[in-house]
Ligand binder design. Structure first.
Ligand code: FES
Ligand code: FE2
Length: 363
């Protein structure tokens, strides 16, 4: 199905409801958009010591790619396939310190950097070992302590993240620490792209988030677009907490309550005066989405401004609307909508990027 989203938001229609209901489009989104995209894996605290490995599934329940992060004994971090190159056994099951990565099936061993090391009973195997017998190493993107990878990157990591890094260059990333208690996983009955649609506009804030709305100056709230990310600048209302910005920040002089960054296709980095809330939107199936909220707080008293309840209440308000939109889109009568040129620039950009990637050409 060819999907066309007019580049002129004033003329464009939103993605058709069939987009969210088609199993084949859902699978195409996984393969052509999520698999090649950069994905947040976690922070370097997952690897607390040298020679430490941390296994995980990338896009658990949908793509289910077995990977691992490894800090080798030289303190270099790798992202490796967690599948043995002999006959495909899962290599390691739990995080921990390892001397070698050894396969429990027939004893193949790999060094902690993924290079093949040894294998019994292969002395007469010809042309062995070759590079194909090493564990596949994926590219690693690093942003402060945050680690990213991609199964088949079609975009340069720096290019995707540069607008956020430039704008937030003053932000003290090094003062952050992961906070388990403030983190949460939400299971939501909706298509993953609908969750992103909702995040990408502040239009609904006065209608859906009465609490949050008290902290934001709705008139000043704006969305700035970049190639593969966008920023919703949450200007504070009177009395709300604001960043103490350095004079070389382009936002110096403004009272900023929050920077809401979205990075294509499914990542959100919300910068607050108390730290960062990272939200990763993971498809489970066409009707179910898991959203992983990871909270990083400043190590000092600045973290006091964090309220898990505020974040949680806002999230439940969002969940209620996205689940109802998911049901609404099942209507046989609704086909698609139109955009507010002032308030839905971010949603329009997302729909354009999705259509562009699916059609594999510029729209
Ligand atoms: S599958 Fe790993 S050694 Fe055979
Ligand atoms: Fe919301």
């Amino acid at each position: 199905m060819e999907i066309y989203i007019d580049p002129d938001i004033r003329k464009a229609t939103t993605l058709p409801s069939t987009f969210y209901k088609s199993q084949s489009i859902y699978e195409q989104l996984l393969e052509e958009i999520l698999v090649p995209s950069w994905q947040f894996v976690g922070d370097s605290g997952l690897l607390p010591e040298l020679s430490y490995a941390y296994p995980f599934l990338l896009f658990e329940d949908s793509v289910d790619e077995p990977l691992m992060l490894v800090r080798d004994k030289e303190d270099t971090i790798h992202c490796l396939s967690n599948v043995c190159t002999h006959r495909g056994m899962f290599l390691i099951d739990k995080p921990g310190k390892y001397r070698l990565l050894s396969c429990k099936y027939h004893g193949r061993c790999f060094n902690m950097n993924g290079k093949f090391r040894s294998m019994p009973e292969f002395q007469s195997t010809e042309n062995f070992p070759t590079e194909m017998d090493d564990l596949i190493a994926l590219k690693l993107g690093v942003l402060g302590d945050f680690l990213f990878t991609s199964l088949a990157p079609n975009l340069d990591f720096e290019m995707v993240f540069k607008p956020m890094l430039d704008r937030m260059s003053w932000f003290p990333f090094k003062d952050l620490v992961y906070n388990e208690e403030g983190s949460h996983i939400y299971d939501i009955k909706t298509h993953w792209a609908l969750y992103c649609d909702n995040y990408l506009e502040g239009f609904h804030v006065p209608f859906v988030h009465p609490g949050l709305n008290q902290s934001l100056d709705y008139k000043e709230y704006d969305t700035e677009l970049f190639d593969y990310c966008n920023l919703q600048l949450g200007v504070a209302s009177e009395g709300a907490d604001t960043f103490d910005l350095p004079s070389d920040s382009q936002d110096y002089g403004k009272g900023i309550f929050a920077y809401y960054w979205w990075v294509f296709p499914n990542m959100m980095f919300n910068f607050y005066t108390w730290g960062i809330s990272v939200n990763i939107v993971e498809p489970v199936d066409i009707n179910n989405t898991r959203v992983v909220f990871k909270t990083y707080l400043f190590k000092d008293e600045r973290a006091k401004g964090f309220s898990k309840k505020d974040i949680h209440d806002t999230e439940l308000e969002d969940e209620e609307v996205v689940e109802r939109v998911h049901l609404g889109l099942r209507s046989r009568l609704y086909k698609h909508g139109r955009f507010s040129p002032t308030k839905e620039k971010g949603v329009h950009q997302f729909h354009r990027l999705l259509a562009q990637a699916l059609n594999n050409k510029r729209t």
